[in-house]
Design a protein around this ligand. Structure first.
Ligand SMILES: Cc1ncc(COP(=O)(O)O)c(C=O)c1O
Length: 554
């Protein structure tokens, strides 16, 4: 009995140690920790995806579902992390990883993240965050100013006002877009006479009160899928998110947008919001925001701009004009974990009207009291970390000029790469970069000339084979692990709206060089020469020959 008691006491003491005694520097954890701190890039270079393993195989390391009964050594666990997790994660910071929106991070984000974690503040209320609350409000005001550029007096008046907010900080673009549309919905269906508002009485009562058949949100078909989640969650319904066609440059077609607006109004529905995109996820294009703002004004509806990707273009004196009209938006989404170079899990939605967020305000007796400065009263999420510190750090250390350089460099590099692709005999540029994203595919020039004159049915057949080739090259390039581009499906006008598969390149990593991009193309050319693809190229040659014969016969 006493022995059992002793061992229970020892276990308890060991448990306390986990919370109080840091690992010895020479332990596995200590050495990994040190290696990461001293040389993050080198450590990751050495440990991340050295050898490609199938996900099925990796899953085998993560199949135990029983919670370990006994405590284990932190060092043992760290060894597991090193071998099974770090070694099989993706080197998103690699300069050759140009397929997605995650890229390199400034080195100072790591030590500052540790401070953030060590402090473990909860931004839901002042009682658990103190100085972090005004810091977050300051960050929101800084980005609000980047978008809306109001004067000092405006920001002094609203920055720390307990009754209002210049925006809401959240975990990313999805939550930011949901928050924007939630606010738009509640403002449109706010309390009015006997009607206590949608927040209180729900959608059915709101529609009855507005005497309409439904609420509608319109955005281009290139809009991010988070808008679909938003209309689903808000009870508006995915059918009432109208995907409007785009012009040849993936920008919303204003004529079609107007037609859709007239149609839904004639069906007795109410237009809740227009959503413009500043940097589409797949092609990086910017909608005609000024014209959309005019239309939203005409319709009297909310105008939201999803600038999750392209928002930081506003830092650039050279390229800011591309987002002209954004300052007329009622709300704007900006992701900090994209082009503000902050670690994953930081986004923001900014509002033109500091009172707008009161439409979703929530109060609770034990926290979030009326008149308190608790940020949780107008955020979708409850407990939130002090991530605003990292955005503040980026803005303070990199500064407007630094971000401007990063933006300018990305756009220039994308243009240079696009020139290289379009003059290369084996590639076809599909969408030219407006910002720093472009798409292209492997399509030898001899085949491109045939396609330019081929009948539609033959073009379709050729595209089907090219789709397979693109898919195989992309997959094998990813598996080889040296460089990485992503792939998507687009409907370029030159192929009469037929959907084709393309490579997608995102150029936001400042460490990516033109040489590395040259290597991406070289690797793709080599992959195209492989044995396994020759049958498909043979089929393309046969199709091309049949097109020529048909032309001669005509
Ligand atoms: C334009 C746009 N909006 C919204 C999002 C969603 O952002 P998150 O993944 O941070 O939720 C993305 C993500 O890629 C995006 O590109």
């Amino acid at each position: 009995m006493t022995a059992m008691k002793d061992s229970a006491q020892a276990n308890l003491e060991n448990l306390y140690r986990i919370f109080t005694v840091p690992e010895a520097p020479e332990s596995t954890l200590g050495s990994i920790d040190q290696a990461i701190t001293d040389n993050l890039a080198g450590f990751l270079q050495e440990h991340i995806v050295a050898v490609e393993r199938d996900l099925d195989e990796i899953e085998a390391d993560f199949t135990r579902t029983d919670i370990p009964e006994q405590p284990s050594f932190v060092s043992d666990y760290t060894e597991f992390v090193k071998q099974k997790l770090v070694a099989q994660s993706v080197h998103t910071a690699s300069p050759g990883f140009v397929g997605h929106m995650t890229s390199a991070m400034p080195y100072f984000m790591l030590p500052l993240s540790r401070i953030m974690i060590a402090l473990n503040q909860n931004l839901v209320k002042v009682e658990t965050s103190k100085a972090f609350t005004p810091l977050e409000r300051q960050v929101l005001a800084m980005l609000n100013r980047l978008v809306y550029n109001r004067d000092d007096a405006f920001y002094q008046r609203w920055i720390h006002d307990s009754q209002s907010a210049l925006g809401a900080f959240c975990s990313g673009g999805t939550i930011a877009n949901i928050t924007a549309l939630w606010t738009a919905r509640n403002r449109l269906c706010g309390p009015d006479g006997d009607f206590q508002g949608i927040a209180q009485q729900g959608l059915f009562a709101a529609l009855k009160h507005l005497d309409c058949e439904g609420l509608v949100v319109l955005a281009s078909r290139r809009a991010h899928y988070s808008l679909g989640k938003a209309v689903d969650l808000l009870g508006i319904g995915r059918d009432n998110l109208i995907a409007v066609d785009t012009d040849d440059n993936s920008r919303i077609d204003m004529r079609q947008l107007r037609n859709h607006c007239s149609r839904v109004q004639s069906e007795g529905k109410r237009i809740m919001a227009l959503v413009g995109i500043a940097g589409t996820t797949e092609t990086g294009n910017v909608d005609p925001l000024e014209e959309m703002a005019d239309l939203a004004e005409e319709l009297g509806c909310h105008f939201h701009v999803d600038a999750a990707w392209g928002g930081p273009t506003l830092f650039s004196d050279t390229h800011r004009w591309r987002l002209r009209g954004i300052e007329r938006a009622d709300s704007v989404t900006i992701d900090a974990h994209k082009q503000l170079y902050v670690p994953m899990g930081a986004g923001m939605v900014l509002f033109k009207d500091p009172a707008a967020l009161s439409a979703i305000e929530h109060h609770a007796a034990y926290i979030l009291r009326h008149g308190s400065k608790d940020l949780g009263s107008h955020t979708l999420e409850g407990s939130r970390p002090g991530k605003a510190l990292l955005v503040h750090a980026g803005l303070s250390i990199i500064g407007r000029r630094g971000y401007e350089l990063l933006i300018d460099q990305g756009i220039t590099r994308a243009q240079t790469f696009a020139d290289r692709v379009s003059t290369h005999p084996d590639f076809e540029l599909v969408t030219a970069p407006e910002l720093n994203i472009l798409t292209y595919r492997y399509n030898p020039s001899w085949l491109q000339s045939v396609m330019a004159q081929a009948p539609l049915d033959k073009v379709k057949e050729i595209n089907l084979i090219l789709d397979q080739i693109t898919q195989i090259i992309q997959k094998e390039q990813r598996e080889a692990g040296k460089t990485f581009v992503s792939r998507t499906r687009l409907e370029p006008a030159r192929y009469h709206g037929e959907t084709i598969t393309v490579f997608r390149v995102v150029l936001a990593n400042p460490l990516t060089t033109d040489e590395i991009l040259g290597a991406v193309l070289r690797e793709q050319c080599e992959l195209a020469q492989q044995e396994g693809l020759q049958e498909r190229f043979e089929a393309l040659r046969t199709l091309a020959a049949s097109c020529r014969v048909e032309r001669v016969a005509l």
